[in-house]
Design a binder for this molecule. Structure first.
Ligand SMILES: [Zn+2]
Length: 193
């Protein structure tokens, strides 16, 4: 495997991770000449997947294309290469586990966007800009507003549903009430005496 920086053919493997689900091995390599590090993926090609583009044409599924799109979106953001690699591995796992021979570019785009959204909002917006192909700023802002409003609604629902926090609130309230009652009764008693 040639070094992607200096083209030197010799590198050493510094880390290997086996992904049982996708039957793939991810290797972190270090160039013996320039010392720079890069990652290689080794997979068994059981089921070649085709990507259906919006115009209906097909292209072979290529995880490296997805990765380079993510790298562009994450440019100058506080995201490490390891985080990007983890994200790419997870997206690849999701694509491979569908066991479909064809996947639409839209489905891939959605997978990438949901992964980026969890990691970095700016990178997510950048990716969405390229992917959704907004006509102008108004179109973009409208999309983002809808998107984040939807998320807030889900968050609110989850907060309401969460029985732990709800019970905790009740408990603190009841304790406070009982303490106040007790003090009032003692005060009353004192008055009577
Ligand atoms: Zn090198």
């Amino acid at each position: 495997m040639r070094c992607i920086y200096c083209n030197n053919p010799n590198s050493k493997v510094i880390d290997s991770r086996i992904n049982e689900e996708t039957n793939s091995i991810r290797r972190r390599r270090e160039c013996l000449k320039c010392g720079k590090r890069f990652t290689t993926y080794e997979t068994v090609e059981l089921n070649p997947i085709l990507v259906i583009k919006t115009d209906g044409t097909r292209q072979p599924y290529d995880i490296n294309k997805i990765k380079s799109g993510i790298i562009k979106a994450c440019m100058k953001r506080p995201i490490s290469m390891a985080q990007i690699d983890d994200m790419v591995t997870e997206i690849d796992r999701q694509v491979q586990s569908t066991m479909c021979q064809e996947i639409t570019s839209q489905e891939i785009g959605e997978l990438v966007m949901s992964a980026l959204k969890k990691l970095d909002e700016i990178a997510y917006i950048r990716y969405a800009c390229v992917y959704r192909n907004f006509k102008d700023v108004t179109h973009l802002l409208h999309y983002l507003k809808l998107d984040f409003d939807e998320e807030n609604k889900i968050m609110e629902k989850q907060m309401k549903k969460c029985p732990l926090t709800a019970n905790d609130d009740k408990k603190t309230n009841t304790t406070k009430k009982t303490t106040t009652k007790k003090t009032t009764t003692t005060k009353n008693k004192n008055k009577r005496q």
